[in-house]
Design a protein around this ligand. Sequence first.
Ligand SMILES: Nc1ncnc2c1ncn2[C@@H]1O[C@H](COP(=O)(O)OP(=O)(O)OP(=O)(O)O)[C@@H](O)[C@H]1O
Length: 295
Amino acid sequence: MTRNTTADRPDGQAPGAVTDAVTCAGLAYSFGGMRAVDGLDLSVGAGEVFGLLGPNGAGKTTAIRCITTLLPVPAGMVRVFGHDAAVDRMAVRRLLGYVPQQLSADAALTGRENVALFARVFDVPRRERAARVAQALAAVDLADAADRLANTYSGGMVRRLELAQALVSAPRLLILDEPTIGLDPIARTGVWEHINAVRAATGMTVLVTTHYMDEADQYCDRVGLMHRGRIRALGTPAELRRGLGERRRAQGGAATDALPTLEDVFRDVAGSGLDDTSGDFRDVRSTRRTAHRVG
Ligand SMILES: Nc1ncnc2c1ncn2[C@@H]1O[C@H](COP(=O)(O)OP(=O)(O)OP(=O)(O)O)[C@@H](O)[C@H]1O
């Protein structure tokens, strides 16, 4: 059950309002008999940074692929700035930039060529292209490295290059699937600083998945904790931490005044589902499937 609601939304809107950047209602998606997304209800307000968290196999990537229209919407509803993803796929695609989990940069091209390719694919007008490519590269601090082959870039630079690819079409909604995975702490901070700078300059909405609870706590306005295909807890990181602290005190546990961390909240939500026998097996199997896909 969802434990927290939409208090303190930056746009002050009710869930499902037209100014929502993303609305999912009862979204479901199955791979054969496996129900990867199972009745997902989600509203991301325009202009907010929303973190979708959850254990391996929770259904985050599948949900994101439905929102980006890369997967169909077989059941339920997905809207992006009011456009129905099941009906108006091109309108949705024009509004978003997407950085997938898998590598999307071409090692044999320079940084500039990689971003220019995305500018063409996303129909950036020919006359504006060179300037927009340069602007996107500058926004992620790659102007000086723009004419080097991408295979000479560090991991952090590649991730920033992929960010530039997603930004070149000036999206209203930026969707990032684990943007900082495998990066060192300095590179992770760098990626977030660039996301925040662009967001501050443009008012862009950001929907991000991450397994790094410290990042979610620091950079997300609100987070949704997903487990077994739907949201189990929702709120600002502070609300979720406070809520767990209050529940613990009410249960007479934790003889400490320390506020729980977001990782404690994550364990509280995901842990309860991992305790039963089917959950253990299913989640191990999910993780292996995911590893196989990525590797
Ligand atoms: N192409 C596919 N074929 C079969 N099963 C899939 C496929 N993609 C995902 N799944 C399964 O759907 C479930 C949800 O996977 P998904 O990748 O959406 O989870 P996730 O929360 O993004 O996980 P992770 O954090 O590991 O990326 C998992 O059980 C996964 O094994």
